[in-house]
Write a new protein. Structure first.
Length: 160
């Protein structure tokens, strides 16, 4: 696992992404489960940028390109924005892998909060704005909701 602080060096580009995703005009879509249809431990909102070999969003260039432009990869499997709402206590979703095929996960934090990603070995990475966490996609992990900020927003990118 690799954690990269201040991933986007151009602060204006980062602030533009952050402002776009944290403003009330960005289209997020309700998901009644988290890791799988069976996992009803929590809900969240998302916005698909890229899936099934095609661009799914008009925000693809503005949001995703500045990030993946700094990554080494051969194939983009999926990219989506996750938006979690503030909870009264930390809610841990089910441990999972994003997909069954071999891949790498690049998880970009848009804002700082006390939510985190928990890995099956017990390690956790807190959400810090402009931070990228890169890890082997075969490692089980889960999202843990924040209790301090109204939103926890990250961009989940699956590559190989």
């Amino acid at each position: 696992m690799k954690v990269i602080s201040n991933f986007l060096k151009n602060k204006e580009v980062f602030k533009d992404i952050q402002n776009t995703l944290l403003k009330n005009m960005f289209p997020y879509y309700y998901n009644d489960n988290t890791a799988s249809p069976e996992d009803k431990s929590d809900f969240f909102f998302s916005h698909m940028l890229y899936y099934d070999d095609k661009q799914e969003s008009t925000y693809f260039n503005k949001i995703l390109m500045p990030i993946i432009g700094h990554l080494e990869y051969t194939y983009l499997h999926r990219a989506k924005i996750n938006c979690y709402t503030k909870k009264a206590k930390h809610i841990k979703t089910a441990m999972h892998v994003d997909m069954q095929r071999k891949h790498t996960v690049a998880l970009f934090s848009v804002n700082t909060n006390n939510g985190y990603t928990l890995f099956e070995n017990g390690e956790k990475v807190v959400s810090v704005e402009n931070q990228l966490v890169v890890f082997d996609g075969s490692i089980k992990h889960c999202s843990v909701a924040q209790t301090d900020e109204n939103l926890r927003v990250n961009i989940n990118i699956n590559l190989s």
